[in-house]
Each structure stands twice: as structure tokens, then as C-alpha cells.
Design a protein around this ligand. Structure first.
Ligand code: PMP
Length: 332
């Protein structure tokens, strides 16, 4: 690639651990017996995760990204006749998987400040549902108050999934609920803070009964040996990950402050590695303008002129800022 493209559209991590830990990772790979199947139970990875999370190995299921676990959860629970309940906007995979399975899908618009329409959801789930809640939610980048989520969980005789894909950026988790309740699944991923989007590893944490049900629908060798070893390796790089998360958060807050000075954009506060903005002129195509400058951002799946910017390295957010400042000048 001769042009440097800034990929600010998929909420990836800008830092590639293979660049940083090349020798160690090659050494790990050399030890892999690639002529053999992986352990179909992924015990080593589940044990490593269980130890870190202070749960039992039976409380963890591994997926080919959390995307696959979303599909597995719906495969496992739609048979009970539950509808799928989601917010709007939210991460698109929940609806996509629900549609694939022919589920009834109930969508609840978030309030103007992206608050949870708690009462409406509670009313709709009285007879049981599979509810997916982003914590924080993508693309709105906010975490709803813990109490609102617990109230919804307790009103739902079905199952509630708390998607914590961006947990390392928000620092907030509802993991404790798994210890107290049987009707909650927490989803996490190695794709964001742990820099392994290309390896495709996600995990679910829940009561043993739910994990057993997920394992019934899970394909036996659903992640590769390479991915399992990379995930195990990254789990031990705690200080590198902490440092990179801190850097991304600093870059996010730097860009947020800059964006707040523009008159054509309204950025929303973020507890993730991306910023959602409302474009205040209906027909202004910020996405096309940035594309011309080799910057890819995302049009989130929601009505109105919104953009979502993933946070990268300092030089990347600086380039995004300079381009948007140029657009501001043009609008004068
Ligand atoms: N959940 C949320 C909220 C996401 O934003 C994403 C990816 N953008 C995922 C899950 C899927 O992540 P992965 O399949 O890479 O683990």
C-alpha cells in the first residue's frame, strides 16, 4: 500500500502486537503442532481467563470473535420462543443474527440523551426475551446506569446479554451479576483493547448452565490454534495493554476537546475507543470529505447525519482533526 490510509471505521486498536513482540510471538508459533486439532474445549485459554476473572472454567465459553457467540446465544435461546430485544441504535450483529434465525425483533429507540427506555423494555420482556445491551453501547459510546440495567434484567424471565466489548476503555463491568444471577451473560472480546481483531477471539462469562447450552451449539474447533496461542500470549501483556489503552483514551479526549470547538459537529462523550458525532448540517457529507483525504470513518446505522470516528495513534487523530478544521474553514 503506497498511500497511508487511516482506518477509523471499525473501532480497531491501532497498535499491532506482532510489531512489538515479534520474537516472542514467533517463538510461540514455532511450538505449535499445527498438524493437530486444537483442544475442542480450549481448556488452557478458558482456565487463564477464569483465573483472571475469578470465576470457574465452567463459566467461560470461547467464540470466533464475540460475533460468533452472539449467533450461538441466539441459536441456543431462540428455541424457547423468545423474541430478541435490542436498543436502537446498537451494534448491528444482534439484529443480523436474530433475522437469520427468523426471530421476532423488538427495537427500542434510545432517548435523546442516549438513555435507556427502561419502562418500555421492562413492559415488553415480561414474558421472557433475549435482550442484548451494549455496556458501553456501540455507536452511542455510553454506559447506562447500573440500576437501569439490573431492573431490566430482573424483569426478564428470559436471558439478558451484557456486551462489554469496550470494557477495558470504560473500566466498568457488570461481571458481578454473573455471580449472583443465572439469567445474565457477559460478552468480552480480544478484538479491541487486546489488539487481536484479526485473530477472532471472544468469550462469554455466565452461569455453568448457560455455558453448557452454548457449548452444545458451538462447533468443536471454532478458533484456530494460532488464535488460541495469540490470545494466551496477549493475556500476559497486561502492562503493554494498559499503556496502549491509556494512550487511546488520551487521544480520544484530545480529539473530543478539538471537535467540541467545531460549529458543524456535536461530539458525544465516550467511554469507548470511538466518538459518535452529530453533523449539524443535514446534507454535509463529512464521510466523503474525509475519504478524499484517505481517512475512513463510519456512518452508523441510525437515522440522521451522524458519524463515528475510531480512535487511533496521535498522528492519526491529529490528521483527522486537521482535515475537519479544513472543512470548517470551507464552510465559512
Ligand atoms: N460487540 C460490540 C459492541 C462491537 O462493537 C463489536 C465489534 N465492533 C463486537 C461485539 C464484535 O467483536 P468481535 O467479533 O471482533 O469480538
Amino acid at each position: 500500500m503506497d498511500r497511508t490510509l487511516i482506518r477509523a471505521n471499525l473501532n480497531e486498536n491501532p497498535f499491532n502486537p506482532i510489531r512489538e513482540f515479534e520474537r516472542e510471538i514467533i517463538k510461540t508459533f514455532k511450538e505449535i503442532e499445527i498438524n493437530r486439532y486444537p483442544d475442542p474445549e480450549y481448556k488452557e485459554l478458558r482456565k487463564a481467563l477464569a483465573d483472571r476473572l475469578n470465576v470457574d472454567i465452567d463459566n467461560i465459553a470461547i467464540g470466533n470473535g464475540s460475533d460468533e457467540l452472539i449467533l450461538y446465544i441466539l441459536l441456543a435461546f431462540h428455541r424457547k420462543g423468545f423474541p430478541l430485544v435490542i436498543t436502537h441504535p446498537t451494534f448491528g450483529m444482534y439484529e443480523k443474527a436474530g433475522k437469520l434465525l427468523g426471530m421476532k425483533i423488538l427495537k427500542f429507540n434510545l432517548k435523546e440523551d442516549w438513555g435507556l427506555p427502561k419502562k418500555d423494555i421492562e413492559e415488553a420482556v415480561k414474558n421472557g426475551a433475549v435482550i442484548f445491551l451494549g455496556y458501553p453501547n456501540n455507536p452511542t459510546a455510553n454506559c447506562w446506569p447500573e440500576k437501569d440495567i439490573i431492573d431490566v434484567i430482573d424483569k426478564n424471565p428470559g436471558i439478558t446479554i451484557i456486551d462489554e466489548a469496550y470494557y477495558e476503555f470504560s473500566g466498568k463491568t457488570l461481571l458481578n451479576l454473573v455471580r449472583e444471577r443465572q439469567n445474565v451473560i457477559i460478552l468480552r472480546t480480544f478484538s479491541k483493547a487486546l489488539s487481536l481483531a484479526g485473530a477472532r477471539v471472544g468469550y462469554a462469562i455466565s452461569h455453568k448452565n448457560n455455558i453448557d447450552v452454548l457449548n452444545e451449539v458451538r462447533l468443536p474447533f471454532n478458533i484456530s490454534l494460532f488464535s488460541e496461542k495469540l490470545a494466551l500470549f496477549m493475556l500476559n501483556q497486561t502492562s503493554w495493554i494498559k499503556e496502549k489503552v491509556k494512550e487511546v483514551i488520551e487521544n480520544r479526549d484530545w480529539l473530543f476537546a478539538k471537535l467540541s470547538t467545531l460549529t458543524f459537529l456535536k461530539p458525544y462523550p465516550s467511554e469507548t475507543n470511538f466518538i459518535l458525532c452529530k453533523v449539524l448540517y443535514e446534507n454535509l457529507d463529512v464521510i466523503a470529505f474525509l475519504k478524499e483525504k484517505d481517512i475512513e470513518i463510519r456512518k452508523p446505522d441510525m437515522e440522521g447525519n451522524y458519524i463515528r470516528i475510531s480512535i487511533g495513534k496521535r498522528e492519526e487523530v491529529e490528521k483527522i482533526w486537521l482535515s475537519l478544521k479544513e472543512l470548517q474553514e470551507k464552510l465559512k
